[in-house]
Each structure stands twice: as structure tokens, then as C-alpha cells.
Ligand binder design. Structure first.
Ligand SMILES: NC(=O)c1ccc[n+]([C@@H]2O[C@H](COP(=O)([O-])OP(=O)(O)OC[C@H]3O[C@@H](n4cnc5c(N)ncnc54)[C@H](OP(=O)(O)O)[C@@H]3O)[C@@H](O)[C@H]2O)c1
Length: 355
């Protein structure tokens, strides 16, 4: 099967760079078009990108000339890592023009016709696309906020086995979560920032949509989440201290077993970016740690540890995920792979290329 041609919007940013890295030698996708702001348009990617991963930008991407947002990319799939200030209208325009758009940005996550998907949790929400496609065949699928993804993947095994009614979460979020130029060294050194604009609202609303049901409309789950978000002096990896109230009584062994035995459905586990374990449980009391554990499952595994009784709710534990991989670029890629596996994104070769 020929590879599907992909455009990455926001390719020079923190998430865009991860997408470029993950798409290099991808078995199903080839990187065809890179889009960024006027600052970069018309220049070779390798010349303009402030590459923050080890080594150099992939050779295939380095030679591509960056395109402007308004130019039709003529690809099979658009993956957006655009700044949220421009993502909303740009992604809607691509969808109207007939493109499948997989987005990292928050702009359309809570739209009533846009699925907000973590494949291991709510792949069936993609059924909503039958109704949501524009007349041109385009649509938008989003992945959740970088902290929401870690939280919901850790909640899912408990949700399925016991039910969850209340969640209290305090995050310690990495610097790269704020984008390439988001936090200066002067602000974050010797410091913790106790406010990340918009973040607590996302963490309190998105899990309800993801854990809810699609029945012709998205019906939110009956779950109350209270979030407190902090930026800390860690490069990559969001840590979360979580307490939960369960709907049925459980022992510590049952909670541990639910987390340890959680697996993706076989059709999800078979996707190229799926990790061997979506959730990995640690038993040492000093794990997970961002520096040691953010790379688990090539950045796609969520690490959970310190499972213990909570004197206020029922159980508490620590969650860690790599914000740029499982929390953003890898999450989008897994959604894109799922769309291909379900036949919801296809090659346009021979069907009259878009653009
Ligand atoms: N960082 C994370 O951990 C994370 C996690 C989950 C979701 N997200 C979301 O993912 C998106 C990207 O985040 P980021 O952290 O990668 O941000 P970033 O580092 O600031 O990158 C933003 C990207 O958008 C491009 N851009 C800005 N204005 C543009 C315009 N008018 N036209 C075309 N391109 C434009 C920038 O291009 P130039 O370089 O040319 O300016 C850059 O490539 C955001 O919506 C964010 O909320 C981020």
C-alpha cells in the first residue's frame, strides 16, 4: 500500500518537531508538507527550525520548504500542531475543504460534533464522524490536553472495573508543555508557577466527554473533577497527584490488579504507535519520576505509582506521561493510525487529489 501523504501544521513548534521526528520512516505515512508562520514560510525546514530533540532534524524533512497556511497542501491527511490562536479557524477551513484533520489544539475539543479521542479509551467515539463529515468529506478529530491524556488513561481501568465518581488532581507540568517559547528560564528557575491559563478548565471538562458515550450526541460521563495545575522546572513529563472516589468498594489488590491488567483492545494494540503497555504500574515508592520514566513505551506509556489509601476520597496515586509524545504528537499519530485502520482516512491517489 502506498504511504499516505501527511501535512504537519505548526511543524516548527515543540509538538510539530515531535511529529516530524515520529513521522520519519513511519510505516503508513510520509511527511509531504510542512506549514508554519510567515516567519518561516519559503525557507527550508532544516534552516529555520530551532530543533530541540537530540541530533538533527530528519533529512527528509530538512529539505522541505515551509508552506503558508492558506495554500492547499494536496495531501491525504492534515495533522495540526498550530498555536491555538490560529488553530480554530485554520483547522475548520481544512475540514471544509475536504481534509481529515487530526488536531492537538484545544480549539475544537469540546465542539458537539468533534470526537475527542484516546484510542485505548474511546475509539468508538469516531462513529460520530458519520454525522460530522462536511459535505466535502472533511472532518476534525482531536486529542485531549496533555495532562488529561495521562489522567484519563490512568482512570480508565478503574472506571471500567469499579466506576469513578470524583477525582482530585494536582499537576506538576513540564516546561515544554508551554511550547517552544512559553516559559523563560528567569520565570521557572527556583520556582513553581501556580497558574497555567485555561489548563484547570480543560482537565475538569475533557475527561467527562472522553469517558462519556456517543449516542447521536456526546453524553458526558457523570464524573466530577477538581484540578490544580502548576508549571515546574522539568523539561518534559507531566506528573499528577490524583485522588479518586470509586463507585464500588475495592481493596488495594483489586485496584492494583485493575491498573496492571489493563490492555488496549487488539485492534488498537496493533497500530504502529501503540506501546506494549498503555499503563505501566510501578511498585517502588520513589517512582514514577519524569527523568526516569517519561520515555516508557517510546513516550507512549503512562506510568502510575504510589497506589495507596486516601483518607478523604478512596485511593490516591501518581501519574506521569510524556507531554510531547503521549500528551500531544504521539497521541495525534495514534488517532491518525486508528482512522486509517477504521477506513476513515484513505489515500486520495486515483480519486482526484485534493488541493
Ligand atoms: N506543548 C505541549 O506539550 C502540548 C501538548 C498538547 C497540546 N498542545 C497544543 O499543541 C499546539 C502546539 O503547541 P506547541 O507547544 O508546539 O506550541 P509552539 O511551540 O508555540 O508552536 C506553535 C507552532 O504554530 C506555528 N504558528 C504560529 N502562528 C502561526 C500562523 N499564523 N500560521 C502558521 N503557523 C503558525 C508556529 O510557527 P513559527 O515557528 O513559524 O512561529 C509553530 O510551528 C497548541 O495548540 C498547544 O495548545 C501542546
Amino acid at each position: 500500500m502506498p504511504k499516505l501523504r501527511v501535512a504537519v501544521l505548526g511543524a516548527t513548534g515543540a509538538v510539530g518537531q515531535e511529529l516530524v521526528r515520529l513521522l520519519d520512516d513511519h510505516p503508513w505515512f510520509s511527511l509531504a508538507v510542512l506549514v508554519a508562520s510567515d516567519r518561516s514560510v519559503g525557507r527550508r525546514y532544516g534552516d529555520v527550525v530551532d530543533w530541540r530533540s537530540p541530533g538533527f532534524p530528519p533529512r527528509g524533512a530538512s529539505g522541505l520548504v515551509i508552506q503558508a497556511l492558506g495554500r492547499p497542501p494536496g495531501v491525504d491527511l492534515v495533522i495540526s500542531a498550530l498555536d491555538s490562536a490560529v488553530a480554530g479557524s485554520a483547522e475548520a477551513e481544512f475540514a471544509r475543504a475536504g481534509y481529515p484533520v487530526v488536531s492537538n489544539s484545544s480549539s475544537h475539543r469540546m465542539d458537539p460534533d468533534v470526537p475527542l479521542v484516546i484510542p485505548e479509551v474511546n475509539a468508538s467515539h469516531l462513529d460520530a464522524l458519520q454525522a460530522a463529515r462536511s459535505s466535502s468529506g472533511g472532518f476534525i478529530v482531536t486529542n485531549p490536553n496533555c495532562s488529561t491524556i495521562g489522567l484519563v488513561l490512568a482512570l480508565k481501568p478503574l472506571w471500567d472495573r469499579f466506576g469513578v465518581s470524583q477525582v482530585q488532581v494536582a499537576t506538576m507540568q513540564a516546561i515544554s508543555g508551554a511550547g517552544l517559547d512559553g516559559v523563560s528560564a528567569g520565570m521557572i528557575s527556583d520556582n513553581v508557577l501556580p497558574h497555567i491559563p485555561g489548563e484547570e478548565e480543560k482537565l475538569e471538562t475533557e475527561p467527562r466527554k472522553i469517558l462519556g458515550r456517543w449516542e447521536g450526541a456526546f453524553l458526558p460521563a457523570g464524573l466530577a473533577v477538581s484540578a490544580a495545575c502548576h508549571r515546574v522546572a522539568v523539561l518534559h513529563g507531566h506528573l499528577e497527584a490524583v485522588s479518586v472516589k470509586l463507585k464500588s468498594v475495592a481493596t488495594v489488590d483489586e485496584v492494583v490488579d485493575a491498573l496492571e491488567s489493563f490492555r488496549a483492545a487488539p485492534e488498537i494494540a496493533a497500530l504502529p504507535s501503540s506501546p506494549p503497555l498503555p499503563v505501566q504500574l510501578h511498585h517502588r515508592p520513589d517512582r514514577p519520576q519524569p527523568r526516569l520514566d517519561r520515555g516508557a513505551g517510546r513516550g507512549m506509556t503512562v506510568s502510575v505509582g504510589r497506589v495507596r489509601e486516601c483518607p478523604v476520597l478512596d485511593w490516591k496515586f501518581t501519574v506521569l506521561n510524556h507531554n510531547l509524545v503521549r500528551g500531544a504528537a504521539g497521541a495525534a499519530l495514534l488517532n491518525a493510525e486508528l482512522l486509517v485502520a477504521r477506513g476513515q482516512v484513505k489515500s486520495t491517489l486515483g480519486a482526484g487529489a485534493r488541493g
